[in-house]
Ligand binder design. Sequence first.
Ligand SMILES: C[S@@+](CC[C@H](N)C(=O)[O-])C[C@H]1O[C@@H](n2cnc3c(N)ncnc32)[C@H](O)[C@@H]1O
Length: 261
Amino acid sequence: MRPAIDTTKPSPARMYDYFLGGKDNYQVDRDAAQIVLKDAPEAKDVAVVNRRFLKRATWYATKNRGVRQFLDLGSGLPTQENVHEVAQADAPNACVVYVDNDPSVLLHSKGLIVNNDRTGYVQADIRTPAEIITSPVTQRLIDFNNPVAVMLVSVLHFIPDADDPYGIVKDLMDQVPSGSLLILSHVTTDNISPVVAERIQQQQLAVPLNLRSGMDIQRFFHGLDLVDPGCVFLEQWAPGEILPVDETAPLKLRCGVAVKP
Ligand SMILES: C[S@@+](CC[C@H](N)C(=O)[O-])C[C@H]1O[C@@H](n2cnc3c(N)ncnc32)[C@H](O)[C@@H]1O
């Protein structure tokens, strides 16, 4: 049996929903989000900009690379312009598997995949790539002989070094063929003072944040060909299309898209 939804602890998925202006969150999530906003008032703008990156990178996959399969890992609660909506608007035959370990996401994702036989949902932890790959839903929708966009957007900072986030990315990318993409964003320490970084990491969030430097984020792309403009701040990935965030704001995400050679 799947675990029940816990409304006594803040959930990253529901806090993110709150930052995006969604309604699928509880008081405990809003209270925790307010603590983040005290140190980083730009968190709401950053969430919106992160969604812009996710949309822009999905377009890049369909339009520039002809990718028709998406594994959206740590997909979050359904919001506007979900990956299948963006991809299928351009390529109606695109298939998308959403994966998240939060039972709240499962509850809200059910409605999303009704009437769409090219979209599926797997409740799983990204720390168990084999479970995700061998799931009947994934096996039905994804052909691992053809390129896949592996999306890890704003999720790897929930994985501590002790759980080998680099090994997770490698295991996933080992499963997909040449021409596949890694689409990734990650909270970085690059713009943040050590004091604020420490305060953010010390918060009693349900899942603690693991901030990483730009260099450490770039390491996720090891062995892959990073496409221009490289591993950059979100708003630099598609300048003009992704809204600028206050350059001095401490909370920043780095992002990038890379092709498996
Ligand atoms: C900040 S949200 C990002 C949602 C979406 N990818 C985006 O960028 O808009 C992070 C999501 O990752 C999920 N998550 C965190 N740790 C996870 C794990 N170990 N396995 C699967 N999902 C995880 C959370 O439940 C949450 O829904």
